[in-house]
Design a protein around this ligand. Structure first.
Ligand SMILES: Cc1cc2nc3c(=O)[nH]c(=O)nc-3n(C[C@H](O)[C@H](O)[C@H](O)COP(=O)(O)OP(=O)(O)OC[C@H]3O[C@@H](n4cnc5c(N)ncnc54)[C@H](O)[C@@H]3O)c2cc1C
Length: 467
């Protein structure tokens, strides 16, 4: 019998598998996807957020524990477990040498990367290179990996893990780590969670999934039904406004539309609905998916003029362009008079100031609702460009409640040999909101804790059996 079974094939699973193997356990990983698609959402990532008290190779200045914690506290509006959050923060300050040992390389922040040069360490070659490096290291260390092995259920005896089932095959192990992601690619579950709105629409039917199609939440649902303690709300997720032309799955990072704060955003009635310049884009990009989800038809348009071009990372597909605003309205299929009225009111409300996109500048509207608080310049210089937006789900926050040992809990009793890591428990730290790079910090910290604990539990059982 294998010592540690790891279910999943992304960052959290790999960190768990590598750590358990380093601790001397035999390890088998079960990844639902084929080999070519291995690595879940982790293959789409670019960086992790790291605490540091002084400059560290690719990280500038300092990003002390307290500042990281305050950032997390702010974005989650207090919906976070401080002890677990601080554990993640501290781990992020020491983990990179371990990552390097397993083949991950870092590079300085790229321009257009949400101004994260101080706080986030970027993976050379992105998440795909990170995942490939971890798989290579795992194989070298003797971790067995099976692809196209979706676990449909697990067998429990009280709180104890006995075996996992892949279809009709039973796979027993001494201990197990659940790292099978959220349920963002389960369209029925999203529909159930989001329900029907006052207009009779099922908003989630219009959502696009930024990452893998394999995170269907089958195991999460199984565990919740089996009585595991849960954390989070099923409608809470990291949701970005992305290019409406993005594919249903795996559009990844290049479908993000980053010009929102440089222009205005209107819904299909050509009405603005939120302050586009409320705060720096890195602190706001993750709320726009939800804002668009609340609009009729779950769609919106980000409109900029020539002054904004070159000030943001251009999306992969070109926008709709026009020389005049009426022409733009017609090209977008938006009600022309309403759009002109909205833009006229906005332009008239813009107060002169000194535009500076690198700080919270004094270019704002006056007497307009909703206001635009910063970077408000009139939309008046041709050509005009617009991008249609739809909600893009990154990952869901509903998960299994855990503690500093990463144990799955049942009625507040920790399992002696079943652990959880990554998106399946990120909701303990992220009740809502997001700050860029913390998903990988959580998965790396808890993946390693889960791997250590699972190895300790398995090796303890093996010793006990031999005695
Ligand atoms: C486009 C995009 C960009 C992102 N960028 C960043 C970033 O730069 N920094 C950051 O911190 N976070 C980022 N994130 C979030 C980040 O991807 C997640 O927080 C992190 O990858 C979660 O790791 P994980 O291992 O829990 O999940 P995943 O990497 O999603 O892995 C889950 C794995 O479980 C497998 N699986 C699912 N169900 C089963 C089953 N039943 N049986 C077996 N296997 C199963 C899947 O195939 C997959 O391999 C991004 C996400 C996306 C989509």
């Amino acid at each position: 019998m294998v010592d540690v079974l790891v279910i999943g094939g992304g960052n959290a699973a790999l960190c768990a598998a590598l750590t358990a193997r380093e601790a001397g356990a035999t390890v088998l990983m079960l990844e639902a996807s084929p080999r070519a698609w291995r690595g879940g959402n982790s293959q789409h990532t670019r960086n992790l957020r790291c605490m540091h008290d002084a400059p560290q190779d690719v990280l500038l200045d300092a990003y002390p524990e307290e500042e990281f914690w305050q950032d997390l506290l702010k974005v989650t509006a207090g919906q976070t477990d401080e002890a677990l959050a601080r554990l993640v923060i501290r781990d992020s300050s020491t983990v990179r040498p371990w990552m390097r040992r397993h083949g991950v390389h870092f590079q300085p922040s790229l321009s257009g990367a949400l101004h994260t040069a101080r706080t986030n360490a970027f993976f050379m070659g992105g998440g795909k290179a990170l995942v490939n490096a971890y798989y290579r290291s795992a194989e070298t260390l003797g971790v067995q990996v099976r692809y196209e092995a979706p676990v449909t259920r697990i067998e429990l005896e009280g709180e104890r893990f006995l075996a996992a089932w892949v279809g009709g095959e039973r796979i027993a192990a001494r201990s197990c780590v659940l790292a099978a992601g959220g349920f963002e690619s389960n369209r029925e579950w999203l529909r159930e969670a989001w329900g029907r709105n006052e207009r009779g629409e099922y908003p989630s039917d219009q959502f696009l999934i930024r990452g893998t199609r394999f995170n269907t939440g089958v195991l999460l649902r199984f565990m919740l039904d089996a009585g595991a303690d849960s954390v989070g709300d099923p409608t809470q997720a990291h949701m970005v406004a992305i290019d409406a032309r993005a594919p249903l799955y795996d559009g990844g990072i290049c479908t993000r539309i980053d010009c929102v704060s440089l222009g205005v955003v209107v819904n299909r009635d050509a009405q603005r609905f939120y302050d586009e310049g409320e705060d720096f884009w890195p602190k706001r990009y993750a709320i726009w998916g939800r804002l668009v989800a609340q609009q009729p038809g779950q769609t919106a348009w980000s409109i900029i003029d020539a002054k904004a071009v070159g000030r943001f990372m251009p999306p992969v597909f070109p926008g709709t362009r026009a020389q005049t605003l009426p022409e733009l309205a017609r090209a977008l299929g938006l009600p022309e008079q309403e759009l002109l009225a909205t833009l006229h009111a906005y332009n008239a409300a813009c107060r002169p100031g000194s535009f500076d996109h690198t700080r919270l500048d004094d270019c704002r509207t006056e007497g307009l609702s909703p206001a635009k608080s910063h970077w408000a310049l009139p939309i008046d210089k041709a050509p005009f460009t617009a991008y249609a937006l739809r909600p893009g789900v990154t990952f869901t926050y509903l998960g299994l409640r855990t503690d500093e040992t990463a144990a799955v809990r049942f009625g507040d009793r920790p399992s002696p040999n079943l652990y959880v890591a990554g998106e399946m428990m990120a909701g303990n730290v992220l009740g809502r909101g997001y700050t860029a790079g913390v998903g990988m910090s959580i998965g790396t910290a808890f993946g390693r804790i889960a791997g250590q604990r699972a190895a300790r539990s398995a090796l303890g059982q093996a010793r006990h059996a031999a005695a």
